[in-house]
Design a protein around this ligand. Sequence first.
Ligand SMILES: Nc1ncnc2c1ncn2[C@@H]1O[C@H](COP(=O)(O)OP(=O)(O)OP(=O)(O)O)[C@@H](O)[C@H]1O
Ligand SMILES: [Mg+2]
Length: 400
Amino acid sequence: MLLQRLSLTNFRNYARLEMSLPHGLSIVQGENAQGKSNLLEAIAYLATSKSSRTSNDTELVNWLAQQDPYPYTRLAAEIKKGDRLERIDITLLPAVGNGGFRKQVRINNVPKRAIDLVGMLLAVLFRPEDVDLVAGAPGERRRYLDIALCQIDAAYCRALGQYNKALEQRNALLRALHPGHQSQAELRFWDEKLAETGSLVIARRQWLIIELEKEASLRHLDLSGGYERLRLRYLPSFDPKTSTPGESQGEQGVRHEGLAAEDVYGSFLSHLHTGRRRDLASGITQVGPHRDDLGFYLGERNLRSFGSRGQQRTAALASKMAEVSVMTHVTGTAPLLLLDDVMSELDANRRAMLLDALTSVPQAIVTTTDWQPFAGTLVEAARRLHVHSGQLEPVETLPT
Ligand SMILES: Nc1ncnc2c1ncn2[C@@H]1O[C@H](COP(=O)(O)OP(=O)(O)OP(=O)(O)O)[C@@H](O)[C@H]1O
Ligand SMILES: [Mg+2]
């Protein structure tokens, strides 16, 4: 799979961009606030139909264009798969009524749903904030799992969307019902919806974590030069193998090889049922994949609490690189690797590892504020671009 062409209209500070992309490595250099992150965000948006930075699509529409009588944003890509050429495009158009924007997706010029984009363009984006994957908030770790899974598994993506909707409904109902309310049939309906969709989410996350761990632990050994194995553990809000709260999996997480959604269903439903009184009192659903976490361990130590900054970064880098390998294994195609100015966050050892990874994927786009961290031969062989105020231009000779 190769991203051959990218066109942007009114996407953030790119009023108009037409670019062709080669095989191998492209390096985009620019000062701060010129459009490096915006460019990679645009490509990741085409891959996932979600922004890596905001949940509000209105922010993506170029500010000047927002003054137009009929503002819009368009992102389009040409993707080469074997000898086939696929075209995908996403247009943001003013939504009637609420002042926001709605998304229109097309594949080969035929209108489609966003979910149909799954697998069309595979990308792994590594942002400077991803070095905080291990130490940061659980939501970031769920996001890491969701982005990888949503690109390789349309059923997961669909279930996750339905789960989030059902969760909103259940929470609204919890707040509307009085504690001790007798007629809870409606609640039971939402419990079942949550269990149906959530059990698939849980089973697939568990599967991904096992796959990621295999790859990440190998990468981690290379990176750390140590002998301790990095372990990734699923930390769900309830143990999907039990039906009674209290038999918790504890700090070490669960590792049930091949957890099946059907098995999780009953357990999730019974945890929802047992926790109903508590949920009614708080007005919030307190168990389910929206409360999941992922733990990174060296030996018995959770790196989140006990790791040094350096150890946490190494584990994060190893896990992001593992995402590339797993996506490659599962789909048979290597994803496009997008690195947003991460070199400056890393020490020499980890930079070398990342540079090595760049040469092992068919296509990568890297942004940087300066050329210096890229070794001579790598930068010479790469496609070199300079970005200034949302305009890209080739760089023939490197500044010395
Ligand atoms: N909707 C928008 N319309 C126009 N400009 C925008 C919009 N959203 C963001 N920008 C601007 O785009 C510019 C480039 O942002 P970007 O995040 O791509 O910078 P960058 O090159 O990655 O900088 P840094 O090196 O600081 O990370 C910023 O000045 C930002 O304010
Ligand atoms: Mg940036």
